[in-house]
Design a protein around this ligand. Structure first.
Ligand code: AMP
Ligand code: GLY
Length: 439
């Protein structure tokens, strides 16, 4: 099988690494790829909006699978364009939904209406378009703080504002609806009920009929220690997540994953590929915060090393509509991923600093994101530079191994959250507590 992987971040490095292990693989191409993916596949520069050139490439290289890492190309209709191209008919399978299905991520309003229609637990909401500022402000008067205000469209993970103060919330709504904040993405706003709980990222893969749950992970979104400071793309991940035990994941399967796949079918929305369900655990009950139509970054770097099954076998299951016959086999050890970021991220940061020490990492996987190869020098080129994933026989061991390995890598401005996973470690006082007296 010849595969084209779209993307160039840490998620795609982990995907390329995993795909390259498949006995079903002949050639892997990654567009644009990064200095990490070149070890697993050839980098190619493809303009996805140039259908003629893309078609010529797919035919010349006999690509049968296109895996789309980020949501952008899916929301832009890449899958639809490939499916409508007569010259590619029956030759290429896209792993990722069509434009309509991608609206689950591309429009929060669409996603909320979908969940409402199919009885999928999520925060109560109202949405308001341009010209409805007055109604939106009146709605804020009726609800309790904290206020959750979301731009409807894609806003690079920054379109959610949570405020305690009603005036402040009103200002944000006004800025979105009338002030152009988040551009077109903010021309419609969703105001929703605040969910108080712990977040979890659940993942599944589907051919539209059958679906298989993939390992779940916890992401650390804030930049600062103790979940403080601004939101980022993600500063680390842990998989599995101790509180997402069998009973909880069964609820996620039965009340959220299964009705979502059934709902898509019922609505006549063909959907294949990955689905990332951002969840809030509220008193042991799962609620959907958001859908993403892709895998997460850095969650992928924690979950793919745990996946024992062949990823291409699962993709083949999608291509042939036989996913129900394929197996997802998971390593039960804990994987911890820490992101090595750049000082200043998620705002401005410097680039072009040499990175050293990668070859010293022996007990972890290193995935590259914001890096560039400059001659024989690897240099920083992004806000999130690298991620390091380590296994451990328990969570504490995995945390220590990941931090030890991350410490071996050096560059100017390196920033790591030192507390990834620590919130999930049982308090030493309970762990070492004497056994309860026998009555
Ligand atoms: P989203 O882009 O929808 O994932 O939202 C970004 C972040 O905002 C989430 O990861 C949550 O931490 C937070 N968030 C979103 N919606 C809610 C909600 N209804 N209640 C509480 N926190 C939320
Ligand atoms: N880590 C969260 C995301 O990929 O959206």
């Amino acid at each position: 099988m010849n595969v084209l992987l779209i993307g160039g971040g840490g998620r795609e490095h982990a995907m390329a690494w995993k795909i390259a292990q498949s006995s079903l693989l002949d050639e892997l191409y990654v567009s644009p790829g990064n200095p990490g993916t070149v070890r697993h596949g050839r980098s190619v520069e493809l303009d996805l909006s140039d259908q003629e050139k893309l078609r010529a490439f797919l035919l010349e290289k006999s690509i049968s699978i296109i895996v789309v890492g980020p949501e952008g190309p899916l929301v832009d209709g890449l899958h639809d364009r490939i499916a409508a191209d007569m010259a590619l008919e029956g030759k290429v399978t896209v792993i990722g939904p069509r434009q309509k299905g991608a609206q689950l991520e591309g429009s929060k309003d669409f996603a909320k209406e979908f969940m409402f229609r199919h009885n999928i637990p999520t925060a109560a909401h109202r949405s308001f378009g341009k010209g409805q500022l007055k109604e939106a402000l009146e709605h804020l008067e009726k609800i309790q703080s904290p206020y959750v205000v979301k731009a409807d469209g894609l806003a690079a993970g920054k379109g959610v504002v949570i405020c305690n103060d009603r005036k402040e919330a009103g200002k944000v709504v006004k800025e979105m609806l009338e002030g152009g904040r988040f551009g077109a993405a903010g021309e419609r706003v969703v105001i929703e009920q605040f969910l108080n709980g712990v977040e979890l990222s659940a993942f599944l893969i589907t051919d539209g009929d059958a679906f298989k749950m993939l390992p779940a992970a916890k992401d650390y979104k804030r930049i600062g220690v103790g979940d403080t400071g601004p939101n980022t793309g993600g500063m680390g991940a842990v998989s599995p997540v101790p509180f997402a035990d069998k009973a909880f994941m069964q609820k996620v399967h039965d009340r959220i994953a299964a009705p979502t796949i059934r709902g898509l079918k019922k609505d006549g929305i063909p959907y294949s590929g990955f689905l990332f369900i951002g969840l809030m655990n509220v008193n042991n009950e799962p609620y959907v915060i958001e859908y993403n139509v892709r895998l997460g970054d850095p969650e992928t770097q924690a979950i793919l090393p745990r996946l024992r099954s062949d990823l291409l076998d699962l993709f083949e299951g999608i291509a042939t509509g036989t996913l129900s016959e394929r197996h997802v086999d998971v390593d039960d050890r804990t994987a911890v991923t820490v992101v090595l970021a750049n000082e200043g991220y998620p705002d401005s940061y410097g680039t072009g600093k040499p990175i050293i020490g990668l070859e010293q990492v022996r007990e972890a996987y290193v995935f590259q994101s914001g890096t560039v190869q400059n001659g024989d020098r690897l240099e920083t080129a992004g806000g999130r530079v690298l991620s390091v994933t380590a296994f451990g026989k328990d969570l504490e061991q995995a945390i220590m191994a990941a931090q030890r390995s991350a410490a071996l890598i050096q560059y100017d401005g390196k920033y790591i959250r030192p507390d990834i996973g620590l919130d999930l470690v049982k308090q030493p006082s309970t762990r070492n507590a004497p056994p309860a007296p026998v009555k």
